[in-house]
Design a protein around this ligand. Structure first.
Ligand code: BES
Ligand code: MN
Ligand code: ZN
Length: 508
């Protein structure tokens, strides 16, 4: 599934000698006047351009000409905004790489000689800034074009939108060790994020439950951790009634994939990560409206982030025992499909009235949560899922919903969100919401009626953790997939990988 990763090299030469298709000179609004003028004059450019360039975070102005000789074919002014937060720096990195891809440039460079003072201004380490730059460039240069044949392109010779082949970072000698460290880490997170993004973007006819399992097995083989795939027969003998009920209408069998990474030495914590892997959510018999239904190919985003996060933990060698659990199936209507009103028995033994077959995510997660708790006795359980449209109504496409029965855990996840840029906002789990998911015929109903849809979904999940005291549920329905028109690059974001890695690093 992987393509060639971007090659990243450090350069200690002077600015004029940096040979690239585009060299970025980053400036903050505060330093703009003095530093940018100096730099422009030194390179022989007209400082009139500073009338237009405001150094807003993510602003890019490409300059041509210039009097003095420089090896770079083009120079870009790159805005850092006030450069007070990591978000400013991330935004600039994403925007610069995105611009370079749009211009079809293969080799780009960033002048990082100001990274030490940026470190002071943001309160972030040089390594973190370097890692964020690498991740940002990867995010910004990402395009999903593997399903384009190019056969209908007007100019047959025109290259397909290509990814950036090489990134050069110009650093001062004193910073190079720390930058190197950050680059190494950033590369790992970026590659895991990209893997997740590719999976989310793959449509239902390219990615079935079995393909998720295969991707996990491949990752396990490559990076040296255990992956076990439970197939339909085993899922049946375990009586995972939630997963089986959702799969009942499908032509394709379900899978339940367990990723298990144990570090070399003693593990500081046992962490279970559960990811919703619905490869396509039609709604089932409670069929969704057809408009934009295609976006439901992204309903396995939780699974993709869990796979990405586990792989990243392995490659970073964090001293944690991390278990990833991925229940996977599509949700289809057919003569064999489950029906509204059905009562099913989940893996836990808890019975569920299926008020709506479109509330399928919680059914497959129920089994996985119980399995995680019972089998691994983890210190922490976190599930990640594109669970409710209601969460998008509440928080939009930029922020995930966070639910937890543990204040400390909730705070740690919130902080990880602030640091990684993958923001979460906590919502309540008060018992008063239980009223909405009461059932007359079963232990609980899988739908909670009109109000607070993302809360009642979380309350439902809570029933299946068997009293575990350190659980969190992250509803990524909004930020996992940006619909058309949301931004320049639509589709899968890989949301969750960076957030989880940030959190797990704190525990390592
Ligand atoms: N996968 C959807 C939630 C979703 C909606 C994710 C939009 C991303 C974008 C989930 O399975 C679902 O259908 N939820 C229902 C629950 C309802 C039937 C109680 C919803 O949100 O409408
Ligand atoms: Mn659904
Ligand atoms: Zn769904």
């Amino acid at each position: 599934m992987a393509s060639n990763p971007m090659k990243i090299s450090l350069l200690k030469s002077n600015l004029e000698a940096v040979g690239a298709d585009l060299l970025a000179l980053p400036f903050s609004t505060g330093a703009l006047k003095k530093e940018a003028e100096e730099a422009l004059l030194a390179l022989g450019f007209d400082i009139q351009v500073l009338k237009d360039f405001k150094a807003d975070a993510g602003e890019v102005v490409v300059l041509y000409g210039g009097g003095k000789k420089h090896a770079a074919a083009r120079i870009a002014l790159l805005g850092l905004g006030e450069a007070k937060t990591l978000d400013d720096w991330r935004k600039a990195s994403v925007s610069f790489a995105s611009k370079a891809v749009d211009m079809k440039l293969g080799k780009i460079a960033v002048d990082c000689s100001g990274i030490k003072s940026l470190s002071a201004a943001t309160g972030q380490s040089v390594a973190t800034l370097a890692a964020t730059l690498v991740e940002g460039c990867s995010v910004g240069s990402y395009r999903f074009d593997r399903l384009k044949s190019g056969k209908l392109d007007k100019k047959k010779s025109a290259p397909k939108s290509k990814e950036i082949a090489e990134l050069l970072l110009r650093v001062d000698a004193q910073e190079s060790v720390e930058v190197e460290k950050g680059v190494a880490e950033g590369k790992i997170v970026a590659s895991c994020q990209k893997m997740a993004r590719d999976m989310v973007n793959l449509p239902g006819n390219y990615l079935q439950a079995d393909d998720i399992a295969k991707a996990a097995v491949e990752s396990g083989k490559k990076h040296g951790y255990d992956v076990t795939v439970l197939h339909k027969k085993q899922i049946e003998s375990l009586c995972m009634g939630g997963l089986l009920a959702v799969n009942q209408g499908s032509f394709h069998p379900p899978t339940f994939t367990v990723l298990d990474y144990k570090p070399k030495g003693k593990a500081k914590l046992v962490v279970a990560l559960v990811g919703k892997g619905v490869t396509f959510d039609s709604g089932g018999i409670s069929l969704k409206p057809s408009e934009n239904m295609g976006e439901m190919k992204s309903d396995m985003s939780g699974a993709a982030s869990v796979l990405g996060a586990v792989e990243a933990v392995v490659r970073l060698g964090l001293p944690l025992h991390v278990i990833g659990l991925i229940p996977a199936t599509d949700n289809m209507p057919s003569g064999t499909a489950q029906k509204p009103g059905d009562v099913i028995t989940t893996y836990s033994g808890i019975t569920v009235e299926v008020g709506n077959t479109d509330a399928e995510g919680r059914l497959i997660l129920a089994d996985a949560l119980t399995y995680a708790k019972e089998k691994y006795k983890p210190d922490v359980i976190i599930d990640v899922a594109t669970l409710t449209g209601a969460c998008i109504v509440a928080l939009g496409y930029g922020v995930a919903g966070l639910f937890s029965n543990n204040d400390k855990l909730a705070d740690e996840i919130f902080q990880a969100g602030q640091q990684s840029g993958e923001k979460v906002w906590r919502m309540p789990l008060w018992d008063l919401y239980d009223e909405q998911i009461k059932s007359d015929v079963a232990d609980v109903n899988n739908t909670g009626g009109r109000g607070a849809g993302s809360v009642t979904a979380a309350k439902f999940l809570e029933k299946f953790i068997d009293g575990h005291k350190n659980w969190a549920h992250i509803d990524i329905a909004g930020p996992s997939f940006l619909p058309k028109g949301g931004g320049k690059v639509n589709g899968g974001t890989g949301f969750g990988v960076s957030l989880l890695v940030e959190l797990l690093k704190k525990w390592a």
